[in-house]
Write a protein that binds this ligand. Structure first.
Ligand SMILES: CCCCCCCC(=O)SCCNC(=O)CCNC(=O)[C@H](O)C(C)(C)COP(=O)(O)OP(=O)(O)OC[C@H]1O[C@@H](n2cnc3c(N)ncnc32)[C@H](O)[C@@H]1OP(=O)(O)O
Length: 224
């Protein structure tokens, strides 16, 4: 007999929210390990079928209420706070590297290591993954600068391929504003050689006006 892996929080108290985040983080870690192991394994078809059956049984244990498309979960810090299920930074996302972010004097710096699950050319990161990393860091740099916005333009330049299994550094920095437009730059380097740009980007982000924001994000809490 299985015990369900997750249930909706009984109460939205501070403790239960922290418990929920800790459990989500733990499950996210195990899922990322499963994803990475899955794309690396040379197991036989029999083993793969057996594992697929087991995963199906595990999935069936995730019972309880499912969130609706535009609903912002209680554990999610949007806007401005940690996003538990972000495919870039989310501790609970099986897709995220995940990136950890720290502020700098003039922007944000992200740290992550990509695995084979993020592969494009053999041994190197997928170009779409680079765009995703930069979009996130540049978007969060807008928020950190007090001018949050959504991407309307992202100009990517791929100088060198990004090595997998190598600690990376992603920078996002706001360079200027013009009314609702925010101009942002970003780069990806390795941690070992931060002066050599592997990928760089220029972006334009726009803050939707409040009416537009309410229409786009009906789940937004009123105080946000
Ligand atoms: C928490 C942080 C997480 C970060 C996550 C990373 C960020 C993301 O991935 S966001 C998701 C991807 N982006 C999107 O889905 C955005 C889609 N676009 C939209 O919904 C709309 O364009 C929206 C809401 C942003 C702006 O719409 P709206 O308020 O109507 O703006 P609009 O009036 O058209 O344009 C405003 C200004 O921007 C300019 N502009 C519009 N598009 C562009 C563009 N591509 N390049 C340059 N300028 C532009 C307009 O010319 C206008 O300028 P001005 O005021 O001088 O006339």
């Amino acid at each position: 007999m299985h015990t369900p892996l997750t249930e909706p929080p009984a109460e939205a108290g501070a403790d239960s929210l922290e418990d929920q985040k800790a459990a989500i983080t733990r499950l996210g870690h195990e899922l990322r390990t499963l994803v990475e192991t899955t794309v690396r394994t040379a197991a036989s078809p029999d083993t793969l079928h057996r594992v697929a059956d087991g995963v199906r049984q595990v999935t069936a244990q995730l019972t309880g209420r499912r969130r609706a498309r535009a609903e912002i979960p209680e554990v999610d810090g949007f806007p401005g706070g940690p996003r538990m299920y972000s495919p870039v930074v989310g501790a609970g996302s099986p897709l995220a590297p995940p990136v950890s972010i720290t502020p700098t004097d003039d922007g944000l710096i992200g740290h992550c290591t990509l695995g084979l699950a993020h592969e494009g050319p053999p041994g190197y990161g997928h170009g779409g993954m680079s765009a995703m990393l930069l979009d996130e860091l540049m978007g969060q740099a807008c928020t950190a600068a007090g001018t949050p916005g959504m991407t309307v333009s992202l100009q990517m330049r791929y100088h060198q391929p990004i090595p997998l299994e190598t600690p990376l550094r992603i920078l996002g920095r706001v360079t200027g504003t013009d009314n609702r437009k925010v101009f942002v730059t970003g780069t990806i380097t390795t941690e070992a050689d931060p002066s050599t740009r592997l990928v760089s980007a220029d972006g334009v982000f726009i803050a939707p006006d409040p009416d537009r924001a309410r229409a786009l994000f009906p789940g937004l809490r009123e105080e946000a």
